[in-house]
Design a protein around this ligand. Structure first.
Ligand SMILES: NC(=O)c1ccc[n+]([C@@H]2O[C@H](COP(=O)([O-])OP(=O)(O)OC[C@H]3O[C@@H](n4cnc5c(N)ncnc54)[C@H](OP(=O)(O)O)[C@@H]3O)[C@@H](O)[C@H]2O)c1
Length: 251
């Protein structure tokens, strides 16, 4: 099969189109023919190893898994002999930031990993980009242990992570204040935000409200700037790791 392969860390040019063996599904895996994938922040972060810490997962000296593409949508072409939840021909989409593979014509994934049937009303191109932002939003919402009725501020509510965070927080019963630019106020309201602050006309740090959780989904704020807005036990999380990956160690 054809795939975009990166055998060393570096700029986008290290990724090359080449012919590689088609993967074979293990007994608990499905073989997906990939119809759509994305190049997202996770893929480019793994490729560049811009944050050294990512090498602990992707390989210290060189990439262990050399085909990127953590988001995918496609059709199941084969199933391992112990697979029970999927059948050949199922349209599926999913997220795999361990072995990736979406930048190849085929990938394998365990049926118990993050892969699921596609809703009928979505195309492959619509389904593939849904998962990465939602993955990070959910991880951070779980880390903050958000409870129903808590006051949460999402800074950068229009990005992949932020827009998923607004919807997930509403699903978990939080009261959501979302910060975005003027052109996206309507969009963010349609995602369910209770209050919207337009950062082009209003400084969100001047709000009188206090928050149990401030989630900076675009890494444009600082803990110092947001601390006065937090309740006594309030939690601040930013998706940008910062200098020396310090946000990771603050988690
Ligand atoms: N920690 C990790 O492992 C990890 C993984 C993936 C991503 N990330 C980081 O998470 C961040 C978001 O990723 P993403 O994929 O969600 O990005 P994205 O989809 O590209 O969204 C970026 C959003 O940022 C908003 N924005 C830009 N400048 C802003 C500002 N000054 N104030 C408020 N909003 C602003 C833009 O919205 P407007 O047009 O409305 O301004 C845009 O919607 C990135 O910084 C990325 O590096 C971290």
């Amino acid at each position: 099969m054809r795939a975009i392969v990166y055998s060393k860390y570096g700029p986008p040019e290290v990724a090359k189109l080449m012919a590689v063996p088609k993967p074979l599904p293990k007994d608990n895996e499905v073989l997906v023919k990939v119809y759509s994938s994305t190049v997202n922040r996770t893929d480019s972060g793994f490729r560049s190893a811009e944050y050294f810490i990512s090498r602990f997962w992707t390989g210290l000296l060189r990439p262990k898994y050399q085909i990127l593409g953590c988001e995918f949508a496609g059709i199941i072409e084969e199933i391992g002999q112990h697979v029970t939840t999927f059948k050949k021909g199922d349209k599926v989409f999913g997220f795999n930031d361990k072995t990736c593979g979406g930048h190849g014509e085929y990938l394998t994934i365990a049926e118990t990993d993050a892969v699921i049937n596609m809703p009928d009303n979505l195309s492959y191109d619509e389904a593939a980009p849904l998962t990465e932002g939602a993955h990070y939003a959910l991880v951070d919402i779980r880390a903050a242990k958000v409870e129903p009725g808590q006051n949460v501020l999402v800074y950068g509510a229009t990005g992949a992570i932020g827009s998923a965070a607004v919807q997930l927080l509403k699903h978990f019963g939080a009261i959501v204040t979302a910060v975005c630019n003027t052109k996206n106020v309507g969009l963010v309201k349609s995602l369910g935000a209770d209050t919207v602050i337009d950062y082009q006309t209003q400084d969100f740090t001047k709000t009188e409200d206090k928050f149990d959780f401030i989630f900076d989904a675009v890494g444009k704020s600082s803990f110092g700037q947001c601390k006065p807005l937090l309740t006594k036990k309030g939690i601040y999380i930013s998706t940008e790791l910062g200098k020396m990956e310090r946000i990771y160690f603050l988690h």
